[in-house]
Ligand binder design. Structure first.
Ligand SMILES: [Zn+2]
Length: 327
């Protein structure tokens, strides 16, 4: 969806109509304010005004999305994330035999490294040249930089494509899905994981939802919206996974802390590796740390319970993972 001007109007790029349902208004971020509006037909929402290229480049060059030394968090959390990748490899191979897989927005290449160890031939794309060179130097991976579409990879050359928490960051998610369809062989698997705007986490958190990530998330998908988009692109839905080890419990925990009035994403910033924390360290006040420590014994078990209860009772989750095949 493109922003038409600096006002609150947003046009849905998926159908070309105006996104008329106001989801959130005037959310201040980095000295600017943003709105989120949803298209009543496509059930996908857009951030507007759309951040400029310069603004996004600045956001990605520091903060959550970058690291040179390879670690975003401490060792324990990194190990848990690694375990999650191993389990995901198992889920993927339940649907399809090892072949060639593309990871769009592969970051440091950790997922591709895990897949290669499982007998897959791997390829990644990554917008950041710095992160891409880390993946190729440290893991000896083939990583293409920049936009996937400009590389014009051969059609029907892939068995699987993974897009993990990336689609919502792209300026052209519809075009990327069309390209995925072209690149996959018939019966090839597409795995997409995105935050779900219909989740209880969002309903409770609103602008304080950990996975909202304004203004980096240009689009805000719903399960219905993403399913519709996949079907429109000729994909058949095989499975929807609504619990995510990496995002569900922590998403709940940080959202609960955020709605309690503690500095936004304080715990997340404390858990990040020192290199990533950088300039943010000075904003951390002892009062916020104390309040976090006092609330953790209540919120941590509550977050675990809610992470399990949300998919079990409401069939929703802060983050969903959809497995679909090219028909
Ligand atoms: Zn639309």
């Amino acid at each position: 969806m493109k922003q038409s001007d600096k006002s609150s109007k947003a046009i849905c790029i998926f159908c070309g109509k105006e996104a008329t349902i106001s989801v959130l208004k005037n959310i201040p971020k980095n000295g600017k304010t943003y709105n989120i509006s949803e298209c009543a037909e496509c059930r996908i929402a857009v951030t507007h005004p759309f951040p400029s290229g310069d603004e996004l480049a600045r956001l990605y060059s520091c903060g959550n999305y970058r690291t040179n030394q390879g670690k975003r968090f401490g060792n324990l959390i990194e190990s848990l994330i690694h375990l999650g990748r191993l389990i995901k490899r198992g889920r993927i191979t339940k649907h399809i035999k090892p072949g060639r897989i593309l990871d769009i927005g592969c970051g440091r290449g950790l997922f591709l490294d895990v897949m290669r160890r499982g007998g897959w031939s791997v390829l990644g794309t990554e917008l950041s040249k710095e992160t891409a060179s880390y993946a190729s130097e440290v893991y000896d991976l083939e990583v293409l930089t920049g936009d996937l579409i400009k590389h014009q990879l051969p059609g029907e050359s892939l068995d699987a494509i993974n897009i993990n928490q990336v689609l919502e960051h792209l300026k052209n998610p519809a075009e990327v899905l069309t390209e995925c369809r072209r690149l996959l062989r018939k019966g090839g698997l597409l795995v997409i994981s995105v935050p779900d705007l219909r989740s209880l986490q969002f309903t409770v958190g609103k602008e304080n939802w950990f996975l909202l990530d304004l203004p980096c998330h240009l689009f805000h998908f719903t399960e219905e919206g993403l399913k519709g988009l996949l079907k429109k692109n000729g994909f058949h839905i095989r499975r929807i996974k609504r619990f995510n080890r990496e995002y569900s419990p922590f998403g709940w925990l940080q959202t609960l802390l955020n709605v309690s009035g503690i500095r936004f994403n304080l715990l997340y910033d404390l858990l990040k590796s020192e290199e990533l924390r950088g300039a943010e360290t000075e904003q951390i006040k002892p009062g916020g740390i104390l309040a976090t420590l006092l609330l953790l014994p209540i919120y941590f078990p509550l977050a675990l319970i809610l992470s399990v209860a949300e998919p079990a009772i409401w069939r929703r989750s802060g983050s969903i993972e959809i497995y679909s095949v090219k028909e």
